[in-house]
Design a protein around this ligand. Structure first.
Ligand code: AMP
Length: 546
């Protein structure tokens, strides 16, 4: 028996309808790669999305077809999302920083029929185009150097329509009505970054996306409201810009997009657009901190920065907190739409010392309603939330993956738990602390050394810009930590100084057997340390202690 309330499917287009109706004039600003800025608002995005939906139908796109984007953050990209979803299509965001073979694999696996791309990626598109089996139309988002949507003479621009995005919209009158359907229909396809093996597709649904967006606006998650101005630095191809383009219409906040991550550009935007909220991976904040120190500039009216994607080092958290900016340390993954946990001040925050506040913020936060979480041992037995036991982190809930796209088997166990591949500690207050990726822990003498904690401690040492701890084979201990360090510009910090610093921060047996200085460290397409490459590189490394 059903109750007496209305059936109102949780469809993504209701988010945009709501924003158009209730927050229509709230601005959406785009800072383009060529340095220009354009402005629209929720009303404009809704109108253009209807036009695009009509244009896609005219091009023969049908319900369930995949429409890919290879683009940075801007309002046309947002229109491509809503326009595609509005006509029943599945928007597939592709990460342009992936290797070419991975890109080709992903496009062919997804069987995308259309590709919208930024002009800066035209050479990449032209290069891989012969290998793309399913893409029928290539459409450029931005005018590029020719100044018009049509390619200039002699300009190499892939595209068999001969028109760009704006021209495509201009041909439609915008009276389109969104396709209706079940709330569990698919809407968006995102592939994992695939540090091992082929990337896997996660197919988000209308319902999962709407529930996730509703959770995100909460004060303890992204704290979005009508007064907020959010700059999502995290790219739209990285787990849907952490869902911000779907949460913003609920709150009616202003969005500022940038296709350029140069710290001075981001800093200009923070000031010029009066940004209050922003979200990005630690590497972006690292560059921002260095820029702010060198230039003497501040962060304007920034109130909350959300840091996630990899562990935020304590020194970074402290840096922003000292400047009166709240830090929300978030953990999640593509498989979780992506929010799993986010940190926020607890009720007794004011009673804590500054150092206690920093160490609490270093943990990855708590689950919102909608995520269930536990840790288990290697036999799958649940472990207590005692702040000591560390185990494999598992999650379940309405925005957690059940089955990867086109995979035969489910990605969850019989009770619905998805194993994240992360290792974590759960504290009695419900906060979670990631200690490692299960593949990255350093197993020394049967005990586990957290590579993340070692790296964080090393990055707290003056003169250290970045650090990576990797396991190398050891005849007696099985594995021992090797620490790779990138010095800050102009620094002469020595291995001994780093070791002395670490001595006060980690257990003695955790101290790295050797510290090597390197120019740079490899990163994945989403800015994480590429540990697989480092492990491969140092696989046969012979430690002096061995
Ligand atoms: P992705 O799907 O590319 O976003 O990668 C998800 C993975 O990034 C997680 O499984 C974690 O290993 C890692 N990760 C994300 N956020 C954090 C964080 N705050 N601290 C530590 N690791 C993180």
């Amino acid at each position: 028996m059903f109750g007496g309330m209305q059936d109102w499917p949780l469809r993504i287009m209701r988010l945009l309808d709501y924003a158009e109706r209730e927050h229509g004039g709230r601005e959406i600003v785009s800072r383009w790669a060529d340095g220009s800025t354009t402005r629209t608002d929720w009303r404009g995005v809704a109108r253009d999305s209807r036009r695009l939906a009509a244009a896609l139908e005219r091009l023969g796109i049908r319900r369930g077809d995949r429409v890919a984007t290879l683009a940075m953050n801007h309002s046309r990209h947002l229109v491509a999302w809503y326009g595609t979803i509005g006509m029943g299509g599945i928007v597939h965001t592709v990460n342009p920083r992936l290797f070419e073979e991975q890109l080709v694999y992903i496009f062919n696996h997804a069987e995308d029929r259309i590709l919208f791309y930024d002009h800066v990626f035209a050479p990449l598109v032209a290069k891989i185009r012969p290998q793309l089996k399913s893409v029928e139309h290539f459409i450029c988002f931005d005018p590029g150097p020719s100044g018009t949507d049509a390619p200039a003479e002699g300009e190499s621009r892939p595209g068999n329509l001969g028109i760009g995005f704006e021209a495509l919209l201009a041909a439609e009158n915008g009276d389109y009505r969104w396709i209706e359907g079940d709330e569990r229909e698919p809407a968006m396809l995102c592939y994992t970054s695939g540090t091992t093996g082929n990337p896997k597709g996660v197919l988000y649904e209308h319902r999962s996306t709407v529930l996730h967006a509703m959770a995100e606006v909460q004060p303890d998650i992204f704290d979005l409201s009508r007064r907020a101005c959010v700059l999502p630095i995290v790219p739209m191809f990285h787990a849907a810009s952490w869902g911000l383009p779907f949460a913003a219409p609920i709150a009616g906040c202003k969005i500022v997009f940038t296709a350029d991550y140069t710290p001075s550009v981001v800093c200009d935007l923070l000031h010029d657009e009066e940004v209050t909220h922003t979200a990005a991976v630690p590497t972006v904040w690292l560059a921002m901190m260095q820029y702010a120190d060198a230039s003497g500039r501040d962060f304007g009216q920034l109130r909350l920065i959300t840091i996630g994607g990899s562990a935020a080092p304590p020194a970074m958290i402290e840096y922003f907190m000292k400047r009166g900016i709240r830090v929300g340390h978030a953990w999640g993954m593509t498989e979780m739409s992506p929010i799993g946990t986010v940190g926020a001040p607890p009720f007794d925050w004011e009673d804590l010392s500054f150092d206690e506040q920093v160490s609490l913020t270093c943990r990855q936060g708590r689950v919102p309603f909608g995520v269930e979480m536990r840790i288990v041992d290697d036999e799958g037995h649940a472990l207590p939330r005692d702040g000591r036991s560390s185990g494999r982190l598992q999650v379940r809930g309405p925005w957690v993956v059940e089955q990867y796209y086109k995979e035969e088997h489910k990605a969850i166990d019989a009770e619905g738990w998805f194993d994240t591949g992360d290792v974590a500690i759960l504290h009695p207050d419900g906060t979670m602390q990631i200690t490692d990726r299960s593949k990255d822990v350093i197993k020394s003498g049967g005990e586990w050394i957290s590579s993340i904690e070692l790296e964080n401690a090393a990055m707290g040492c003056p003169g250290v810009a970045e650090a990576a701890a990797v396991a190398v084979p050891h005849p007696k201990w099985d594995e021992r930590p090797l620490l790779l360090v990138v010095r800050k510009e102009g620094s002469t910090v020595s291995a001994r100084e780093i070791r002395d610093h670490l001595t006060g921060h980690v257990a003695k047996w955790w101290l790295p057997d050797e510290i090597i200085f390197v120019e740079t460290l490899p990163h994945t397409a989403t800015g994480k340390l590429l540990k697989t490459a480092l492990r491969e590189q140092y696989r046969d490394y012979r430690l002096q202690t061995a």
